[in-house]
Design a protein around this ligand. Structure first.
Ligand code: FAD
Length: 631
């Protein structure tokens, strides 16, 4: 079988001949380090040669080779789990699994263990050294949504979390011939409003004028969501059934909605509109220039198999602008050492409270007793661990279809679980390069980073029509021929990620279907799609293809197989209007409890959904603590 990782730069072969001594060591590292994905990382001989050569060509070659395939930090407690805990958490995703546990111990003294299937903690928030010396945020790559109270409560900065803020943050180069020898135009957005207006003015003076008003408006709408993030959805059974005392007590779950309404004031109708509308409806009302519309529209479709003209894309945009970093509203930044840095800080915090954390503990089944309640888990190696409660950080599908005995669930419930939408458009491509991309629109011939290199670089973003077409191709079962590309180069700000002079490039691409023309993805499909992506990048930044040392291609089925993301969906279920708040992931599961007493969901399949945010874990922990207290 061909590798998903492909060192495909022919020039590396020459260097291989000169550096043959590294070859054996490198191959050993490959087989030791990468077999861990259940034997899926196999390499053809020529690729292995290329990989060895690639290892040799970087400055830190010898040291890096011995690290290949390992993960940057974040390893687990290596003693065996005890036979009994108060709480077991299935899955060590960065925030839901780890944070949930930490909250337990911090607030309630519940003895807890985390059991992670992979050899590394963090789930989709992980750093992996895929090629020697190159440390990738292999899935998620930018931080903004992590709730500030969680950073404070768990003292994540004390535990090593460091973030690089980006200013400017968005760069959209045009694919056009510059007028009278000038370079093609581009749009750069950051925190300086006057500079933003100058940039937008290159395309439309009218848009430049209204942009500050638009951002203030959006900030107001996004800020109103915060009270809803930090608490469970309204307890509908609680407020509608039971004694008056119980109902009054449950009525306090209405408070976040009231707070949201009060924050919005007369903007309630605008809020309702953006939640439900196609984002084009809003953007086309405010703006006339296509590059600005398309750049903003990307936030309305990112991670979602939807187009900017579909209802609900407004909410997706809101979800992506509601965060804050270092008190800066809506800002996104790079975590030092990659996104695994969040998970490492979280794990250190959890351990400091006494949590036991284990990797390579694949949960085979949630144990359900004869009274119908959860009793613990059985691991794939046959070990059984007992507990009072079990929290699942896995997706709702994995939890209820793969891990829970089906006889313990009703057929209606199983049918509802099967209906949860996990459609995903994302293929993530992680690229190691030996040279910074040099964009025609803002040339940097000296090879030094310009301000635009730290941005989210939006390629194929000249107009909303380009995004629409890319979406339509995928809904017809084919990867887009002109995909929407969000490129980031975190090593521009964080030198720990790549060898000197080299860089890690993340390409978050849409739209790719789960099945290609109704069949499974083949390695040829993956390589062909990556080639298409690289051809497009080459047009904006000639020389990119030559600079590539290696690439790691993760199509939707790869994201499912490696990271346990059902359907490849990056949010543990679409963030569509029918799967939010009281209906996330299902109306019957919206309060983190499940039909099995003592079994809870704590991952991003729950309210308030995906992103490196922490809220589902926090809310689930509060729910579990309340249940444990009342029994
Ligand atoms: C390609 C990609 C890019 C993204 N980009 C961003 C971004 O830039 N910013 C952002 O905020 N968000 C981003 N996201 C979304 C974000 O990463 C996720 O929403 C978030 O990390 C999910 O966290 P989680 O803890 O809920 O689940 P996960 O991170 O999925 O963790 C679940 C864990 O459970 C484990 N598990 C599953 N089954 C078992 C079992 N049987 N036994 C033991 N363990 C098990 C899994 O191995 C995994 O570690 C991205 C996601 C992807 C995939």
């Amino acid at each position: 079988m061909k590798s998903l990782i492909n060192f495909h730069n022919p020039k590396t072969k020459l260097i291989y001949l000169k550096q043959k001594s590294l070859f054996d060591l490198f191959c050993t590292s490959v087989s030791v380090g990468l077999h861990k994905e259940a034997g899926l990382w196999l390499f053809s001989a020529s690729q292995t040669v290329d990989m060895a050569a690639a290892a040799a060509r970087i400055d830190r070659g010898r040291r890096s080779v011995s690290l290949l395939g390992t993960v940057t930090g974040c390893r687990a407690t290596h003693t065996a789990p005890k036979s009994r805990y108060d709480a077991l958490v299935v899955g060590g995703g960065e925030l839901r699994g780890l944070h949930c546990v930490a909250a337990y111990l911090q607030k309630g003294g519940v003895k807890t263990a985390v059991l992670e299937r992979r050899h590394v903690l963090g789930g989709a928030a992980v750093t992996e050294e895929i090629f020697p010396g190159f440390h990738f945020s292999r899935c998620s790559y930018l931080l903004s949504l992590l709730r500030p109270h969680i950073i404070r409560d768990l003292e994540l900065k004390k535990h090593g979390l460091k973030v690089y803020l980006r200013d400017p943050h968005a760069f959209t180069p045009m694919l056009e011939d510059g007028v009278r020898g000038a370079p093609p135009r581009s749009l750069i957005l950051g925190s300086d409003l006057a500079s933003n207006q100058r940039e937008i003015g290159k395309f439309s003076q009218k848009d430049a004028k209204v942009y500050p008003e638009f951002t203030a408006h959006l900030e107001k709408l996004a800020g109103a969501i915060h009270p809803l993030l930090d608490s469970s959805p309204v307890d509908i059974p609680g407020v509608t059934t039971g004694s008056l005392k119980k109902r009054l007590s449950a009525a306090k779950t209405l408070m976040p909605i009231l707070k949201c309404g009060l924050k919005l004031g007369r903007n309630v109708p605008d809020f309702y509109e953006i939640l439900t509308a196609p984002i084009t409806k809003i953007l086309f009302r405010w703006f006339e220039s296509e590059p600005l519309r398309a750049t903003l529209a990307t936030d309305g479709v990112i991670g979602a198999m939807t187009s900017p003209s579909n209802p609900g894309s407004g909410y997706v945009l809101l979800h992506h602008v509601m965060g804050e970093l270092e008190k800066e509203k809506g800002a996104w930044g790079y975590v030092e050492g990659g996104m695994g840095g969040v998970s490492q800080a979280m794990a250190r915090a959890a351990r400091s409270y006494g949590v036991d954390i284990f990797t390579e503990k694949d949960v085979e089944q949630i144990l359900v007793g004869s009274d119908g309640s959860a009793k613990g888990v059985a691991l794939k190696d046959g070990t059984e661990i007992n507990s009072k409660v079990v929290l699942s950080n896995a997706t709702p599908y994995v939890t209820f279809r793969n891990l829970t005995p089906q006889a313990a669930l009703s057929s209606e419930f199983i049918r509802a679980v099967d209906q949860i939408d996990y459609t995903s458009p994302v293929t993530k491509i992680n690229v190691a390069v030996d040279k910074l991309p040099n964009f025609l629109a803002l040339p940097t011939p000296d090879g030094k980073p310009g301000p635009h290199h730290q941005c989210s670089i939006h390629l194929n973003c000249e107009s909303v029509e380009v995004l629409e077409t890319a979406y339509k191709e995928a809904t017809n079962g084919r990867p887009s021929t002109r995909p929407m590309l969000e490129m980031t180069i975190p090593s521009v700000l964080d030198p720990t990620l790549a060898p000197p002079g080299c860089h890690v490039v993340s390409l978050f691409t849409q739209f790719t279907p789960y099945h290609v023309e109704g069949r499974e993805w083949t390695s040829q499909d993956r390589e062909a799609f990556a080639d298409t992506v690289f051809d497009w990048v080459e047009q904006y930044a000639p020389g990119f293809k030559k600079s590539v040392v290696g690439r790691d291609i993760l199509s939707p089925p790869d994201l499912e197989r490696i990271f346990g993301l059902t359907g490849g969906n990056i949010f543990h279920g679409s963030m569509s209007l029918d799967q939010l708040y009281l209906a996330r992931p299902l109306p019957s599961l919206s309060n983190y409890r499940s039909p099995i007493k003592g079994l809870y969901l704590c991952g991003s399949g729950c309210h308030p959904g995906g992103g490196v945010m922490g809220s589902p874990g926090w809310n689930a922990a509060v729910t579990v603590m309340a249940d444990l207290k009342s029994h």
